[in-house]
Ligand binder design. Structure first.
Ligand code: SF4
Length: 492
């Protein structure tokens, strides 16, 4: 078969993955977000300038055209070629950046990740194999990835945005490995029989494989892979020891939090409620009480000042609040009108939330980090922002501590599990009933492209974004009310 960098790399992780991609791709599940980030086109576009002027080989469905264009470009002296393309036998690769210095070359492989990963070397080693066999004299192989400690101030500084690592020695050691791998991949792909490969760490590392649901479809559900927050290594250890179903795992010694999920599922137990602990938590909350939730987006390449790659940039919040315990439920909200709405958002936030009031968030680490970043970049607003930050309490605590548990939570304390578990029949709290925007990832991507849309489209999207974020804080109000209700019921 024709192998590309991506196909080769996927097959090195698991041959079954490439086989399924080739013959049975309809069983593929959702793609892992991390892998999408690693292939961000924007990062590649920006990185093309790291060596200055360059020629780019345009994509063509006929790969031979790209190869011919590359040959022509390589005739020039001291040239930089992006997407330089080569074929050796049936192995095709496009090199992100090829630098020609007299008669020798350097290769730069660009990744949208902020970390070096072993899988990147697999990718580069395939290019090494192709170019070496074509007799191209490559001196150095570099891995280029984003530098998470770079904060933009003014013009984008490419030498600081990217980290360049010389991986030549590691790559050269892989020469024989690549040749052997290509032979065994081709053999596996010639067969019409699905490879008999069991699940293992490769299904989770370097990425969550999109075929995992398919490959585990014969296992009884729930099973060891359904245990929330149990380390992958531990799950695989149980799996290998044939401790797979919840029945198999019932008598295995493990952390009581994991045991709870198994037992509640098997024994169909009633809700567990630790009234005293819930009451102690509720006693820490005071009125006026504000329920806050942010939506954020991330950019691999910082487009504005004071951000680093993939920093969470707030563009929206919803705020429900009550002045007193029995007061009316009121609502305020913010949704940006510019690509970088941080200043407007911070100004409205301090106008919406007075100093010294109790603020509730669900999983407060996220809200706190967003506010802390705003306080850092806007020193004139810092005192008030940090006052809000310091008064945030976490509604997740009773669920994370398992002071309130029912089996529908499936071992999770994320609001996306807790909410339907507490209100299974309340359609107004069901995110599936929303239009267009149903989760944070969708909110992020709609805001990212909002300003490219027509006025009518923008109005439609803005309305749906507001409805989505509104539900996030309304859900918190309902969860809080539920905690009050169970404690009050117990106390008669
Ligand atoms: S889920 Fe695991 S076994 Fe199945 S294709 Fe993916 S990596 Fe291979």
């Amino acid at each position: 078969m024709n192998l590309s960098k991506t196909k080769y790399t996927n097959a090195c992780v698991c041959k079954k993955m490439l086989w399924l991609d080739t013959y049975k791709s309809e069983v593929k599940g959702a793609i892992d977000l991390n892998s999408v980030m690693d292939n961000g086109n924007l990062v590649h576009d920006v990185a093309r300038d790291i060596l200055g002027d360059h020629i780019t080989i345009e994509f063509n469905n006929d790969l031979k055209v790209m190869v011919d264009d590359t040959k022509k470009a390589m005739k020039q002296e001291n040239v930089v070629i992006c997407e330089a393309s080569f074929i050796y036998k049936n192995n095709f690769c496009s090199v992100d950046i090829l630098e020609k210095n007299k008669d020798s070359y350097n290769i730069y492989e660009v990744k949208g990740s902020t970390k070096e990963k072993d899988i990147f070397l697999t990718d580069i080693s395939f290019q090494y194999y192709v170019l070496k066999n074509l007799g191209i004299n490559v001196q150095k192989y570099y891995l280029v990835h984003l530098n998470s400690s770079y904060y933009r101030h003014g013009e984008l500084e490419l030498d600081k945005l990217f980290t360049k690592i010389d991986v030549t020695d590691e790559i050269k050691k892989l020469e024989n490995v690549v040749a052997n791998n290509i032979e065994s991949i081709n053999k596996a792909m010639e067969s019409k029989e699905e490879p008999d490969i069991d699940i293992g760490i490769k299904c989770f590392n370097p990425y969550n494989c999109p075929y995992f649901t398919y490959c585990t479809s014969s296992l009884e559900k729930p099973n060891v892979f359904s245990i929330n927050r149990l380390q992958t290594k531990k799950k695989l250890e149980y799996y290998k020891n044939k401790l797979i179903t919840f029945k198999d795992l019932k008598d295995v010694e493990m952390n009581p939090k994991f045991k709870m999920q198994i037992e509640y599922e098997l024994d169909n137990k009633e809700d567990y409620i630790n009234y005293d602990n819930i009451k102690s938590f509720l006693d820490t909350l005071t009125y006026p009480l504000y329920y806050l939730d942010f939506e954020t987006f991330q950019l691999p390449v910082p487009a504005f000042d004071n951000i680093n790659p993939y920093m969470k940039i707030p563009f929206q919040y919803s705020l429900h609040y009550k002045e007193g315990e029995n007061g009316e439920l009121l609502h305020k909200e913010f949704l940006g009108t510019t690509p970088d709405p941080r200043r407007e958002l911070a100004l409205q936030l301090i106008s919406d939330i007075p100093r010294d009031v109790c603020v509730l968030a669900y999983n407060m680490g996220f809200e706190k980090s967003v506010i802390k970043n705003l306080a850092f970049i806007f020193p004139d607003l810092r005192e008030h922002l940090m006052n809000i930050h310091d008064n945030i309490k976490d509604l997740m605590v009773p669920f994370a501590n398992k002071d309130y548990y029912n089996k529908a939570m499936q071992g999770s304390y994320s609001i996306k599990y807790v909410l339907p578990a507490l209100f299974p029949n309340d359609e107004s709290l069901d995110y599936h009933n929303l239009e267009l925007v149903h989760n944070g990832s969708e909110a992020m991507s709609f805001y990212n492209t909002l300003f490219d849309k027509t006025k009518e489209e923008q109005e439609y999207i803005r309305d749906r974004l507001l409805k989505y974020c509104y539900l996030d804080t309304y859900a918190m109000v309902k969860v809080h009310d539920k905690l009050i209700e169970v404690v009050e019921k117990k106390n008669g």
